[in-house]
Ligand binder design. Structure first.
Ligand code: 9MR
Length: 377
């Protein structure tokens, strides 16, 4: 969305304040769009009944309006939020985000139809007894397809879906076990998810999303994801893209210089294989964890920006990279504040904007990466 247009919108919408500072040179959405890329962010619906929280914060709303071409509900489409029980769909929280996006002419993408990891299943589902044999299989399949069909039909505007999220175990590259895979078989569970998504959203981009990274230690995870993607192709499962989450960390000494490091070769080999199978690439959850850097703010911001630029340059070099999503746009609302806190207790500086809604060097790094990126269709 253009800054000019956003300025008009800001005046027209009561309760909205302007972002503290508008970077010159166009919004990130516009800079990305010029190269055939869509830029946006995850956002939370805020706390029910409270005026605090992301979507309730006028300053944050304005950053999203100013910068984003697409929004993703951070948690609101997950089974544990959406499905209090086997019969009910609680769409209210995700609907808030959908309404906000619509009001500001911002696209919506979906995360996620099946987080195929037992840890993130609601308890009632983890304990669900489908029964055994063909009848159990049919019951499990009926529940999964009904969920996916209902959610997709509720949000026909969603044109890009993380259909399956994080099902590869990083330890051994195997598909994780859940009540669905126990009843239906692991591959069949994932295939049914994608086939159902295709049937009800024939034009949407269907994505397998995971956090395998470029750093050493991710080898088994990457191998498992490649095997999964190969299997999808062999079986004709309708999957369009790999979502590369991209939760980066500056704790790795090599992190600020990904280019030229030995890991770069392995990472490019992975991306080449994914692209070679005909998949598009999406950066779905970009942020930078500065957990182990010295406290100095300028130093942390410089390291985060350098890593962001090097990483995005590499990823955008692939014409297959079609969307870039930040996992939150303002530091104080980043999930990383509650995850592995810094030893000195200082807040992390993981996103593109500071807590006063001012753009940080990382915002400029992302803008520079879009400016430098080759155009794609
Ligand atoms: O940012 C999300 C956080 O608010 C939730 O508590 C957490 C568990 O649902 O999920 C976080 O988002 C995750 C995403 O859904 C999948 N990839 C990893 C993300 C960060 O943990």
């Amino acid at each position: 969305m253009a800054f000019g247009a956003a300025a008009g919108a800001a005046c027209a919408v009561p309760g909205l304040v302007r972002a503290a500072e508008r970077p010159p040179g166009g919004s990130l959405a516009d800079l990305a769009k010029a190269k055939g890329v869509r830029f946006g962010s995850a956002v939370g619906a805020g706390k029910p009944g409270s005026l605090t929280g992301t979507l309730d914060d006028p300053g944050y709303r304005q950053v999203l309006i100013d910068e984003c071409g697409v929004l993703v509900p951070e948690n609101e489409l997950k089974w544990y939020v959406l499905r209090p029980d086997a019969e009910t769909f609680a769409f209210e929280r995700a609907d808030r985000i959908a309404a906000f996006a619509k009001a500001h002419d911002i696209a919506l993408r979906g995360h996620t139809l099946l987080w195929h990891h037992p840890k993130w299943f609601p308890a009632w589902l983890s304990n669900y007894d489908f029964g055994s044999g063909p009848a159990g299989k049919a019951k499990a399949q009926a529940m999964l397809t009904a969920h996916i069909a209902t959610v997709i039909k509720h949000y026909p505007q969603i044109d890009s879906w993380d259909v399956v999220n994080e099902t590869i175990d990083p330890k051994d590259g195997a598909i994780r076990r859940t009540v669905f895979s126990d009843a239906m078989g692991p591959e069949a569970t994932l295939d049914v998810a994608f086939q159902t998504a295709r049937a009800f959203a024939p034009k949407a981009r269907l994505v397998y999303n995971d956090y395998m990274g470029w750093e050493a230690g991710n080898e088994a995870h990457r191998t498992g994801v490649l095997k999964l993607l190969e299997g999808f192709r062999k079986r004709g499962t309708p999957v369009d893209a790999l979502g590369v989450q991209s939760h980066l960390g500056t704790q790795d000494p090599a992190a600020s210089a990904i280019l030229g490091q030995p890991q770069e070769k392995a990472w490019r080999a992975f991306l080449d294989e994914v692209a070679g199978m005909g998949y598009d690439l999406l950066i779905t959850e970009f942020d930078v964890n500065d957990q182990n850097l010295p406290g100095d703010v300028a130093g942390r911001d410089a390291a985060g920006a350098a890593l962001a630029k090097a990483y995005l340059d590499l990823m955008l070099d692939y014409r297959q990279t079609k969307e870039v999503l930040a996992w939150g746009m303002v530091d104080k609302y980043s999930w990383l504040q509650g995850f592995t806190p810094r030893k000195d207790g200082l807040p992390k500086r993981a996103t593109l904007y500071d807590d006063a809604y001012k753009p940080k060097p990382m915002r400029e790094a992302v803008a520079a990466a879009f400016r430098a990126a080759p155009v794609r269709a």
